[in-house]
Ligand binder design. Sequence first.
Ligand code: 5GP
Ligand code: MG
Ligand code: MG
Length: 192
Amino acid sequence: MDSHMERVLWTQDQISLRVSELASEITSDFKAATPPPVFVAVATGAFLFVADLVRKVEMPAFVDFVRSDSYGSGTASSGAPAVSLDLKVDVRGRHVILVEDIVDTGNTLSCLIGHLKSKGASSISVCAFLDKSVRRKVHFQLVGDGKFYRGFECPDYFVVGYGMDYAELYRNLPYIGVLKQEYYTGSDLILK
Ligand code: 5GP
Ligand code: MG
Ligand code: MG
């Protein structure tokens, strides 16, 4: 898999350090919250990030997943997202921290924030590991006294690794990088 990468943007160590910093910021903001906050991770991309984050926060926490589909298997958004896997935890009257791998146009977060708001969350924060802010089209609105936590600003590349895929592959890379052009061209090439 390493031979598929054009360049690495963040190493495993850099990721780990930044997740620890985010976790301490979130811990100081939420440790007094009753009931404890609900970490709602956006499947599948945020699965590694949320696993690392919730093990580093020092407080009780609920953890759940939602899924929202819009991307398909390519590198460009295929339109308006819809919620395709719903929560199990009741978020009514609770503080929600929506955990995302990367924010691009902002469509997915806007859709999910609207959804969580309609379920009665008392505040909605967003914790996104990467932010491609130059590509933002929709300015999502946090709810209540929700905050925006961001790992790193991401340059305008299609990135993979640390949960993020191309055609459902590369999610298990422990670092984040950009694939060589040839691996974006067809799934038969990806597996060679
Ligand atoms: P948005 O709705 O903000 O345009 O896109 C959000 C979702 O698209 C992210 O949660 C992620 O799943 C996917 N996405 C956006 N940019 C990238 C990228 O550079 N690489 C990968 N693998 N997925 C991306
Ligand atoms: Mg995502
Ligand atoms: Mg994807």
